[in-house]
Design a protein around this ligand. Structure first.
Ligand code: ATP
Length: 367
């Protein structure tokens, strides 16, 4: 995963709503309706608030995962980003430009050149070859046949389908078809790639391969990605940050570590209950601060971002606490007690209201 920095956001979303149903516009501005839960709102107004007052940024170069159970609003939210679904209310900027104010031409350009999408059902054209499917977006852009085929051939190779360019999609396995989808999205060299549950139809091993593929492509190119999934392990594996949705709202937004170590409420806590904590939580969070006496102690060293699982192995092997060292300086120590506390889930911090939670530790959905 990439280190994300505080550069300008690619997408900047503020108080976004999407309401389906009669006279949807009245819902966001009406305080009484806006406060109702999904069932009450439907009963009183016939409307569904699929996205409800959502605020977040997608940072340049990050993998931003939108996670939630079926019906929580993930697809609707992500389709709002390019106005495949028209938002009902709120502000939506891409690179500082107001997407809701774009005319048809500008919007078409956004969808053809700047943002591309990978779907669960692949969305391939069955009568075209792999190469021509991959070249499709370039064709729509009006690029020459020669150029299209050259770029497509390069992309086919990039996603590991060399030699299969002349086949039809029906002659490929599910995983290979999704690689075609991936190559097609990459071919237009978009600023952002949106993935709508792209791997959920694939069997677990192929799915794992495809996740590795996305991680590899992301590492190589650093492209901004927004990835929808209902699968927590996929979210944890891929996400630099995860927005966890429930009933159209973002209930928590943070790094995998923040969400697992510091769930915002009981719903999130329940969601992450079975996550192997030692594989998500870093020694920075687990360690106790270094004391003067530690300066002369021996022990193996690990960087702060090393995972607790790694520290457990090191402590087991050496029989000594691990020294956590950043830029040559000893900043903390992890031994049996700290590691067991993580594994047993006893390391959760006191909620922010009690004044113990650092601002960088808990990132809430509202800014
Ligand atoms: N066109 C529509 N008209 C009315 N309601 C809709 C429409 N599209 C979606 N909804 C409702 O909005 C809510 C959110 O749906 P959405 O498809 O965004 O959820 P999701 O989290 O992507 O679900 P899944 O994982 O099943 O795809 C659901 O209650 C759904 O029934």
């Amino acid at each position: 995963m990439t280190e994300t920095t505080e550069t300008h956001p690619v997408f900047s979303v503020r108080n976004l709503w999407k309401v389906f149903g009669p006279k949807a516009d009245r819902i966001p501005e009406n305080k009484e309706y806006a406060g109702l839960d999904a069932a009450e709102l439907r009963a009183r107004t016939g409307c569904t608030a699929a996205v409800r007052d959502v605020t977040f940024d997608v940072r340049k170069g990050e993998v931003f995962v939108v996670m939630g159970l079926s019906g929580s609003g993930k697809s609707t939210l992500v389709r709002c980003l390019t106005r495949l679904i028209e938002p009902t209310a709120g502000t939506l900027l891409m690179d500082g430009e107001d997407v809701r104010a774009m005319d048809k031409t500008r919007l078409r350009e956004l969808r053809r050149h700047r943002v591309s999408m990978v779907f669960q059902n692949f969305g391939l054209l069955p009568h075209r070859s792999v190469i021509d499917n991959v070249a499709y977006g370039l064709e729509i852009q009006g690029r020459s046949r020669e150029e299209r085929r050259a770029v497509a051939a390069e992309m086919v190779e990039k996603v590991g389908l060399e030699g299969l360019g002349e086949r039809r999609p029906g002659q490929l396995s599910g995983g290979q078809q999704q690689r075609v989808g991936l190559a097609r999205a990459l071919a237009v060299d978009p600023e952002v790639m949106l993935f709508d549950e792209p791997f959920s139809a694939l069997d677990p091993l192929i799915r794992r391969d495809m996740q590795e593929e996305v991680i590899r492509l992301h590492r190589e190119e650093g492209r901004t990605m927004v990835f929808i999934t209902h699968d927590l392990s996929e979210a944890l594996r891929l996400g630099d940050r995860i927005a966890l949705m429930r009933d159209g709202e973002i209930v928590q937004l943070g790094t995998p570590e923040q969400i697992v170590a510091n769930p915002a409420d009981d719903y999130v806590r329940d969601f992450v209950r079975d996550v192997p904590r030692d594989q998500v939580i870093s020694v920075r969070r687990a360690m106790r601060p270094a004391e003067p006496a530690d300066a002369t102690a021996s022990g193996a060293e690990l960087p702060p971002k090393a995972l607790v699982s790694e520290a457990i192995e090191t402590v087991a092997r050496t029989g000594e606490p691990v020294r956590v060292v950043a830029d040559g300086e000893l900043i903390g120590v992890v031994g049996h007690a700290e590691l067991l506390a993580v594994v047993a889930g006893l390391d959760e911090e006191v909620p922010a209201e009690a004044g113990q939670d650092g601002p960088e530790d808990r990132e809430v959905a509202t800014v």
